[in-house]
Each structure stands twice: as structure tokens, then as C-alpha cells.
Design a protein around this ligand. Structure first.
Ligand code: PLP
Length: 475
């Protein structure tokens, strides 16, 4: 393909993308194909001679689309949202064209400098304490990670390295292996599986603590656990608090947890707000951040709910040196003569390479404005409330936890098996898509408002879909 052919193919592709997204409502949200279906549809090996773009282009509809789960369909209500917007798509196109790998400042100064400023813009939008922002002139700052899982792992690894250095300073005879085996991290039994996984990857035990009746981790529970573990010779060093848990969007009590971490000293507090963090751009949800000044790191995914395409996971550190010191390996070929004047983001993350992801934050924040982004969040929460009102009117159903943000957890009164059968029927029909969760042994259905295309009539449609299957089951 040459530049001229690219121009024409790109126009065609943009038209395809616009038509795909604007008409996504008409596609079945869940595909019907079987694993491995593509092997049947394309040759067994790469072609020896190049093919024309027209032939390749036709295969998008023939081969790919039958196997796509349409995450941006207004009928997609599974997991949590993943962002999508025109300006974010434009930014990713530009990022692909620039195609830089911004591991150090000199590797592409705009990539680093824009990220520093965008993380300040975003941090200000959600009301982060100034210590987390680079513009405060202190040790804080933000970095774009690929995912919330990576952010938790980065925080855990930095905390582990800091804890080991501190303990060895206190007593040089301490064996590292002895410290490793006694280090203990904490989170709630509602936290995302990525927290446990970070523990596995970092070789650190994670103790999952019970939550209160609202599925929130409380300070007293953490305090008792850490006291008990210290008495047994363990070294508590890391806590993950979740703001907006995956099963039910519950919020840990950050003020209480932060206070306990301060009392115990030398505990790294990481805050995972992967989904709900986007809502903190709205004043009415900011109170969940009370206590954040006591945390060491904070993360949320603009690629979930802030109209940014995957991937863009925003992480802030109060003292970026903790991470840089833990991960800093500085070979000659990566050095440059401006070192120290701007972040070299390779030290803040696990991979070396990184894409120009701040472009999408820049384009989206400028295109929508804070006002437009707040309107998006509030509208999605309003749609969840509309669904909750429909459920509440049908006395065959119950709502085991109050709806939170854009998520409604609900179930048919009675046996888990009936709810499992209901969800299976719904997903088999492929007209809407939801995933379940278990809350204290109860199987629940989760309706998350995900797509920016979802409107009130889609919520009514989703409810009609649920009730028509419930009618069949209750006969
Ligand atoms: N934390 C929470 C609370 C989540 O809900 C999720 C995913 O839904 C994650 C972490 C993992 O996110 P990621 O895919 O960005 O690692």
C-alpha cells in the first residue's frame, strides 16, 4: 500500500467505523460463533503475494464482525464500561502515525511532557490532593499505565522494595528471604481479582478481609487484622482500598483505612477506583475521596468510564521516587543529557515501551470540556436509576444492594438456580448481555450502563428482555 492508496483506504475505513458505531444498535450484542471459528474462514498460512486492500477490507464484515462482542452496543450491560469516543479514536490514529516509544523524555519529548500536564489536568478534574500533582512542585505526579492491574502491581512492587530497604536499614542482619516470607498485604474480599494476582506476581501474601453489610472495608477490621498479624511476626506493609468494587460498586471507607495505615506507620496505601474514579469529576461523588491525602498511590481507568478508548489507566503517586527507586535500571543506551529534568516514564512502569496515550486525554478533555464529561457520567447514572425503578416495581424481583453509579444489582426472589437460569436465557438470546456476581452466596445479575449510545428506551428494552425470560421461568 502506498500513501495514495492509504488515503483512499483510510477514508473508506473511517466511513466504515462511523457506520459501524452509528448502527451498532442493529447488531446482535453477543456473537453466536464457536471457539476457533476463524480457522475455518481464512487460509492456513500467510499469503505469499500481497492482496489488494479491497479484498482485505471485505473480510472485516465476513470474518471479524461475526465474532465481535459489541461492547459499545446500547444493549451491552456486562462487566463495566469501556470508553469510546470520536476524539479518542482520532488521538489513537495520530498516536499510531507518530508511532513513538516514549520510554524516556528524549525518546519523544511531547509524549512525556503532554502526559505530565494531562495527568495534572485530570487529577485537578477529580479533585486529587495537590501532593499527587506534578504542578505542585513536590515529589508527586501522574503516569498512564495500561491497566488498573498494572497500577496495583507497580504500587505493590514499589512498596515491597521500600519495605525491604527500610527493614535492612534498621537491621542489616535481616535476611531478605526472611522479610519476603513475612510481608503481608491486605485488601477486602470484594476487591478485584487483580489485587490477589498482583500478590502472586510480586511473591507477596495478600489477606482478604471481610467487609461490612454494605460490602465496604472498615478501618476497625483492618486494624484488628494488622494487630493480629504483627503479633504473629508478620510485617503488614501494603493495603489496597477499593472505591467502586467490581461485584456491587461498594466503597471502602478511605478515611478510616487511611487513619489506620497512618497509626501503624510504614504502610503503603493504594487506592483502586478503576471504574468509579471517573465519577469524581462530579462534586456530588467527591466525598468518596475523603482520606485520600493519607494514600500513597491512586488509580482509575479513564478507559472505563471517561470516554477514552482502551488503554489509559491513570495512576498518581505522592512520591514518585518510591517507584523510580524500585524500578530504576539505567543502561548507557537509554541515558540522555536532560535526565532528571522531566520524568523518564520507563522507571514508573513495568514495560520499557509506551505509546503516546496522553493524546487521547488531551483530545477528549478539550472536546467535551469538564462540563460535557460530567454530563456523560450523570446521564449514565440517571439511566441506572431508571432501570432500578423498573425492577423495584416488579415484586418478583429484589435489589440486594442499592444501585451505585451506573450499576444495578438485582435478582429474582428465591433460589440461585432460578437466577442462573434467567441469566443464561438472557445471554443465550443475545439481545442484551449481562454478567453475574455473587454477594454473600447470593447469585445476582448486574446491569451496568456501559455504552455512550444507551438511552432510556434501551433501558426499557433491557427490562422487557429480563421480564420476558422471567415470565417463561415462572410460567
Ligand atoms: N479494579 C477494579 C475495581 C475493577 O473493576 C477492574 C475491572 O473491572 C480492575 C481493577 C481491573 O482493571 P484492568 O482491566 O484495567 O486491569
Amino acid at each position: 500500500m502506498n500513501a495514495q492508496q492509504f488515503r483512499s483506504a483510510a477514508h473508506e475505513m473511517i466511513d466504515f467505523i462511523i457506520d459501524y458505531l452509528e448502527n451498532i444498535r442493529s447488531r446482535r450484542v453477543l456473537p453466536t460463533i464457536q471457539p476457533g471459528y476463524i480457522r475455518e474462514m481464512i487460509p492456513e498460512a500467510a499469503p505469499e503475494r500481497g492482496e489488494s486492500w479491497q479484498v482485505i477490507f471485505q473480510d472485516i464484515e465476513r470474518v471479524i464482525m461475526p465474532g465481535v462482542t459489541h461492547w459499545h452496543s446500547p444493549q451491552f450491560h456486562a462487566y463495566f464500561p469501556t470508553g469510546n469516543s470520536w476524539p479518542a479514536i482520532l488521538a489513537d490514529i495520530l498516536s499510531d502515525a507518530i508511532g513513538c516509544i516514549g520510554f524516556s523524555w528524549i525518546a519523544s519529548p511531547a509524549c512525556t511532557d503532554l502526559e505530565v500536564v494531562m495527568m495534572d489536568w485530570l487529577g485537578q478534574l477529580i479533585g486529587l490532593p495537590s501532593q499527587f500533582l506534578a504542578c505542585s512542585g513536590g515529589t508527586g505526579g501522574g503516569v498512564i499505565q495500561g491497566t488498573a492491574s498494572e497500577a496495583t502491581l507497580v504500587a505493590l512492587l514499589a512498596a515491597k522494595s521500600k519495605a525491604i530497604k527500610r527493614l535492612k536499614l534498621m537491621d542489616p542482619n535481616f535476611e531478605e528471604s526472611q522479610i519476603f516470607s513475612n510481608l503481608l498485604a491486605y485488601s477486602s474480599d470484594q476487591s478485584h481479582s487483580s489485587v490477589e494476582r498482583a500478590g502472586i506476581l510480586a511473591g507477596v501474601r495478600v489477606r482478604l478481609l471481610e467487609t461490612d453489610e454494605c460490602f465496604s472495608l472498615r478501618g476497625e477490621t483492618l486494624k484488628l487484622a494488622m494487630e493480629e498479624d504483627r503479633a504473629k511476626g508478620f510485617i503488614p506493609f501494603f493495603v489496597t482500598a477499593t472505591l467502586g468494587t467490581t461485584p456491587s460498586c461498594a466503597f471502602d471507607d478511605l478515611s478510616e483505612i487511611g487513619t489506620v495505615c497512618q497509626q501503624f506507620q510504614n504502610i503503603w496505601l493504594h487506592v483502586d477506583a478503576a471504574y468509579a474514579g471517573s465519577a469524581f469529576i462530579c462534586d456530588e461523588y467527591r466525598h468518596y475521596l475523603n482520606g485520600l491525602e493519607m494514600a500513597d498511590s491512586f488509580n482509575f481507568n479513564p478507559h472505563k468510564w471517561l470516554l477514552i478508548n482502551f488503554d489509559c489507566s491513570a495512576m498518581w503517586l505522592k512520591n514518585a521516587n518510591d517507584v523510580v527507586d524500585a524500578f530504576n535500571v539505567d543502561p548507557l543506551y537509554l541515558k540522555h543529557d536532560r535526565q532528571g529534568q522531566a520524568p523518564d516514564y520507563r522507571h514508573w512502569q513495568i514495560p520499557l515501551g509506551r505509546r503516546f496515550r496522553s493524546l487521547k486525554l488531551w483530545f477528549v478533555m478539550r472536546s467535551y470540556g469538564a462540563e460535557g464529561l460530567r454530563a456523560h457520567i450523570r446521564q449514565q447514572i440517571q439511566l441506572a436509576n431508571e432501570f432500578q425503578q423498573l425492577v423495584a416495581k416488579d415484586d418478583r424481583f429484589e435489589i440486594p444492594v442499592p444501585p451505585a453509579m451506573g450499576l444495578v444489582c438485582f435478582r429474582m426472589k428465591g433460589e440461585n438456580s432460578q437466577n442462573e437460569a434467567l441469566l443464561k436465557r438472557i445471554n443465550d438470546s443475545g439481545r442484551i448481555h449481562m454478567v453475574p456476581a455473587k454477594l454473600r452466596g447470593q447469585f445476582i445479575l448486574r446491569l451496568a450502563v456501559c455504552s455512550r449510545y444507551t438511552e432510556s428506551h434501551d433501558i426499557v428494552y433491557a427490562w422487557q428482555e429480563v421480564t420476558s425470560h422471567a415470565d417463561h421461568l415462572t410460567g
